[in-house]
Ligand binder design. Structure first.
Ligand SMILES: Cc1cc2nc3c(=O)[nH]c(=O)nc-3n(C[C@H](O)[C@H](O)[C@H](O)COP(=O)(O)OP(=O)(O)OC[C@H]3O[C@@H](n4cnc5c(N)ncnc54)[C@H](O)[C@@H]3O)c2cc1C
Length: 342
């Protein structure tokens, strides 16, 4: 009911009162929104973040402060105060000794904890997003699904729109999570209900796995809060959590491990410049997918197609010494991964 939404928005305004945002207000429905059965439209402000850059900014800042960062390395075990690690590209195995180990492997957290014989009970769910041509002007739309009452969104994302998300049980390897036909049908059906004339040609899709806990049968009812599990004196796991709370989680982890005051709350994270060359030289990009999805985010834009991919691959070839065959294979693999097949 509308009163519940208004109450929620008033609480939201109270929580956001120091954040310089205008309070919520009732507005006219934006163009294209189905009027049939519409009870009201409330406008409020929120923020969004490019998760790929957000991750890189954190890593680069950590490196500047003295951290040693490595990608394409998998922890395969622990022995006598050292993590056993395999470079998944060269297959080289090595050990990293450490005083403390923090297992922050997201939805893989249980698998890594298993390496020391501990369980992290999770009830993971898969979330799917669709990338569509731009559907709204500067605003997003947050709405309730007709079929199951879940909250869905249409968000401006660069020159496109993101529609999401699903929330369904997922028990496989998180690396294999993909948008399935049923996920896409569900999101498009709900989208067509609120924006009947919206173009629905999918540019691409992506799926992630939420490391949720709790055994509530309905996925959307499972708590989103994080939990820190201290398995032993020098080993802990972080399960669950959100981008919105990750710095608090980091602080709690540091506070558990050392008496030295944690500087997280007073340390802003700089935004680092991004270019293909920079990604290769400073951000350990090794594949075209690294650059398109995880360094620039161009995969999630209208610049994510073949033309730009070939240009980017050309720059990477010069930076990383790829021959023509490798360059073509990178483009093929990237385009295959980006195309959604029903
Ligand atoms: C669909 C979806 C929507 C979301 N929406 C929001 C949102 O709107 N707002 C919000 O705040 N949060 C949201 N989240 C949550 C957010 O994505 C997570 O909180 C965040 O990604 C967690 O970051 P992380 O680094 O802890 O884990 P991840 O990003 O999952 O990273 C874990 C890393 O561990 C690596 N790893 C796994 N096994 C090993 C191993 N053996 N050795 C070495 N490395 C390993 C993986 O390769 C991966 O890179 C959403 C999540 C999903 C899935």
């Amino acid at each position: 009911p509308l009163w519940k939404i208004r109450l929620g928005m008033t609480l939201y305004d109270l929580l956001a009162r120091d954040r310089n945002t205008a309070p919520h207000k009732s507005v006219e429905p934006p163009p294209g929104l189905r009027r049939d059965g519409l009870r009201g439209v409330i406008q409020f402000y929120d923020c969004q973040v490019n998760d790929a850059r957000f991750c890189l900014d954190n890593l680069r800042h950590a490196a500047e402060l003295g951290a040693v960062c490595a990608n394409y390395c998998a922890v395969t075990g622990f022995r006598a105060g050292a993590a056993q690690v395999r470079d998944v590209i060269s297959n080289l195995q090595f050990e990293i000794p450490a005083k403390y180990f923090v297992n922050a492997a997201g939805p893989w957290v249980g698998r890594v904890a298993q390496l020391i014989g501990h369980d992290v009970p999770l009830s993971p769910t898969k979330g799917v997003h669709l990338l569509l041509p731009r559907l709204t002007a500067g605003h997003g739309i947050f709405f309730q699904a007709r079929s199951d009452g879940r909250l869905l969104f249409v968000l401006p994302w660069g020159d496109c729109s993101l529609v999401g998300t699903t929330d369904t049980d997922f028990t496989g390897d998180p690396a294999t999570a993909r948008a399935e036909r049923a996920d896409v049908d569900y999101l498009l059906r709900e989208l067509r209900w609120i924006l009947p004339d919206a173009p629905t040609d999918i540019l691409t899709t992506f799926a992630g796995v939420r490391a949720l806990r709790g055994n509530h049968r309905a996925p959307s009812a499972r708590p989103r809060e994080h939990r820190i599990l201290r398995h032993s004196e020098n080993f802990l796991s972080v399960a669950g959590g959100k981008y919105t709370t990750y710095r608090r989680i980091a602080q709690q982890v540091v506070d558990q491990l050392t008496d030295r005051p944690c500087r997280t709350a007073t340390t802003p994270i700089p935004a680092y410049p991004v270019s293909v060359e920079e990604a290769c030289r400073e951000e350990m990009a090794l594949t075209l997918e690294d650059v398109m999805w995880r360094r620039t985010g161009w995969a999630l834009s209208r610049s994510g197609g073949r033309e730009n991919a070939e240009e980017v691959a050309g720059i990477m070839a010069r930076e990383l010494g790829w021959d023509n065959a490798r360059t073509a294979a990178e483009v093929d693999r990237y385009l295959k991964g980006r195309t959604w097949h029903s």
